[in-house]
Design a protein around this ligand. Structure first.
Ligand code: B12
Ligand code: SF4
Length: 594
């Protein structure tokens, strides 16, 4: 009888690439495989599968944030009699934490180590293979996954991974720790032919209208990109989207090759509209004008654009979060994606948050999504206090004095900042204070968290509204109980009148009502409370009907209604603005402008 394996990951709208490739590897080695993706924290289907299939081995792909629940599941699976192996990002960066819940833990790249485990070559314990991409990528096995999870198989958007590695140093990201672990940066790109074969087998067997290249920075290596663009266009021809750094848009040849190869859009992280936060907290030095210029160039090449930003980072406040909206108002991307910071330990950001007394958790408090309430403590005016000191002591474009500082508590709401002793990673007694910072009191802190959540839900829309940051400021300033759809409508009406939409926007309601009539649905009262939202969305009237179908106008809780709005807006924009897999009409506001 063939040995049996179950691979486990979290269900997400995007297919789990690590698991797909590992499944391909295990099947090639003759293992009988199953896959279980955990939806909404429900592990019952996994336990059922373990009981029915009686696997020899269960492999968990674990990410930080989801680790607590995954660990409990590993323990349960071991009680049910199977051996457990843990791999994935959490195993890579928190290897020993995983060890208590598994027989094997695979740190870093997993292909060769997993093969050795499956072939019985490796004893139980923690394993780290120092050779990068030692055996290359296996061809993934998509059948098992797509058959069990029809929505992933049926999705017209599929993912591929072409390269491993990134040379940049963003503070919130694990890529720098990854490089350190392997003794420096190296870009490992898969051979073009291998990728073409993977894409062809996808194209010929499954619905496919767009491929998302999940690489951290796609097309870094220009000679590789030349070959890829030529072969992809000639042999695959499917449109694709990729992620790159703004710095890389400076090379005109790269953007031209993207276009030539069939790229239809790119995702670029901006992270903050505040220069100090970008440079010293997020470690993404880049002036506003360069960002605007780079994104303009992307659009000039006919590519759609998604920007990404993080709200509620150390020393941010609602003003800096709104600055991020303002920058996007200037850029006008197709999607202005935003998240709320998770201060991962082991990243530079985790260090800054700890050193400044902004976070005292161990990451067990993190949620699995990037949209949950902040777990950071926010400050009052600390950025204004720190900025001149930090800028004044910066020695070179790479230097960051903020990372050399830490705090000593003064009282519950204050701490003094001093240079930390590098040997002890903390401020030693007697070190001279550079300044004092103040934290928000618990009530103000909660309020800021509530405001960032509201702003995150509306970010995409506000970025599309002229001077949307001003409207956003008015909305988030409301009391929690007042942040309703109806109040948003009232504020939008006022704001848009100031922006010169007064005469035309009242006509939008007619277009919206006509669309409801065509759909044979009664016009919900909520539509009249805020028709303005739909004026800035592609196929806005259809979106209103779609939201009604989702029960949006009947959601009684204002917070839950905003959550749903944020989610549905994002999904709508993915299909109709970013990937353009669904044809869409121009927003009513564009027609009014014309
Ligand atoms: C695509 C992607 C996503 C997609 C997820 C798609 C999916 N369904 O997997 C989306 C956009 C949803 C996403 C979200 C998030 N992501 Co993300 N994401 C990535 C990205 C860019 C690529 C992942 C990938 O496919 N890699 C390719 C495959 C081949 O690699 P892999 O999965 O790591 O698997 C390898 C090894 O880890 C190992 N392995 C993996 N699983 C297993 C299992 C076993 C049994 C074994 C033996 C080995 C093994 O073997 C594989 C081959 O070497 C990575 C960055 C990166 N370069 O990997 C970040 C990355 C994984 N994400 C990260 C983070 C932080 C997140 C978020 C938590 C962000 C946030 N702040 O909320 C969310 C979490 C969402 C959630 N879980 O709900 C971090 C993870 C850090 C950590 N400690 O967990 C990464 C590493 C980015 C970074 N550099 O910091 N992400
Ligand atoms: S560019 Fe992306 S992958 Fe690279 S360090 Fe920054 S966030 Fe991480």
């Amino acid at each position: 009888m063939r040995p049996r394996l179950i691979l486990v990951g979290k269900y997400y709208l995007i297919e789990p690439l690590g698991i797909l490739y590992l499944l391909g590897l295990a099947k090639r080695l003759g293992w009988d495989c199953r896959v279980v993706l955990v939806k909404d924290g429900d592990f019952a289907p996994l336990y059922d599968e373990v009981r029915a299939f009686a696997p020899d081995l269960v492999g968990f792909s674990v990410w930080t944030g989801g680790h607590g629940k995954m660990f409990a599941a590993c323990d349960r699976v071991r009680e049910l009699g199977a051996k457990v192996v843990i791999g994935g990002p959490h195993a890579t960066y928190f290897t020993s934490d995983c060890a208590a819940h598994a027989d094997w833990v695979v740190k870093g790249e997993g292909f060769r180590t997993f093969r050795r485990i499956l072939e019985g070559e490796l004893p139980a314990g923690e394993h780290f293979d120092e050779d990068r991409v030692a055996e290359g990528f296996p061809q993934p096995d998509r059948d098992l996954l797509y058959e069990r999870y029809g929505a992933l198989g049926g999705s017209p958007i599929k993912s591929i991974f072409c390269s491993v590695g990134c040379p940049f140093h963003c503070s919130y990201c694990y890529a720098p720790s990854y490089n350190k672990m392997y003794g420096g940066f190296a870009l490992n790109v898969r051979p073009v032919e291998e990728i073409i074969q993977e894409a062809l087998s996808l194209r010929d067997r499954w619905p496919l209208s767009m491929i998302y290249m999940q690489d951290d920075i796609f097309g870094f290596n220009i000679p590789w990109l030349r070959e890829f663009a030529r072969e992809w266009r000639a042999r695959v021809g499917v449109p694709w989207h990729c992620q790159i750094r703004l710095e890389l848009t400076r090379d005109e040849e790269r953007l031209a090759l993207f276009r030539e190869g069939g790229c239809t859009g790119v995702t670029l992280a901006i992270e903050s509209g505040n220069d100090f936060l970008r440079r010293y907290v997020l470690l993404r030095p880049m002036p506003d004008d360069l960002i605007v210029e780079g994104t303009r160039k992307v659009k000039a090449h006919g590519l759609s654009l998604r920007t990404q930003q993080i709200l509620a980072v150390p020393f941010s406040d609602i003003e800096t979060d709104l600055q991020s909206v303002a920058l996007n108002n200037r850029i006008q991307p197709d999607i202005a994606w935003s998240s709320i910071l998770a201060p991962y330990l082991g990243t530079t950001m985790g260090g800054i948050a700890k050193d400044f007394g902004l976070y005292d958790g161990n990451n067990d408090d993190l949620d699995e999504t990037f949209f949950s309430r902040s777990v950071l403590r926010a400050t009052r005016g600390a950025r204004d206090t720190l900025e001149p000191i930090v800028r004044g002591t910066t020695k070179s474009p790479q230097d960051n004095p903020l990372q050399r500082m830490a705090v000593r508590p003064v009282d519950d709401l204050h701490a003094s900042v001093a240079v930390k002793d590098p040997a002890f990673h903390r401020v030693l007694p007697g070190a001279a204070a550079l300044c004092e910072i103040e934290y928000l009191d618990p009530v103000a802190d909660e309020l800021y968290r509530d405001r960032t959540v509201a702003l995150q839900r509306l970010f995409n829309w506000l970025a599309r509204v002229p001077e949307g940051h001003r409207l956003g400021a008015r909305f988030v300033a409301l009391e929690n109980s007042e942040r309703t759809w109806e109040r948003l409508g009232a504020l939008a009406r006022e704001h848009l009148a100031e922006q010169g939409f007064g005469a035309v926007m009242e006509g939008w309601i007619g277009a919206l009502e006509a669309r409801f009539e065509r759909a044979g649905i009664a016009v919900p009262a909520g539509l009249r409370e805020n028709p303005y939202y739909f004026g800035f969305m592609p196929s806005g009237p259809e979106f209103a009907v779609h939201l009604a179908g989702r029960g949006f106008f009947a959601v009684p809780d204002a917070g839950a209604q905003l959550d749903l709005l944020g989610f549905e807006t994002r999904q709508w924009l993915y299909d109709r603005a970013l990937y353009r897999t669904t044809p869409a009409e121009a927003p009513l506001a564009d027609a009014s402008a014309g």
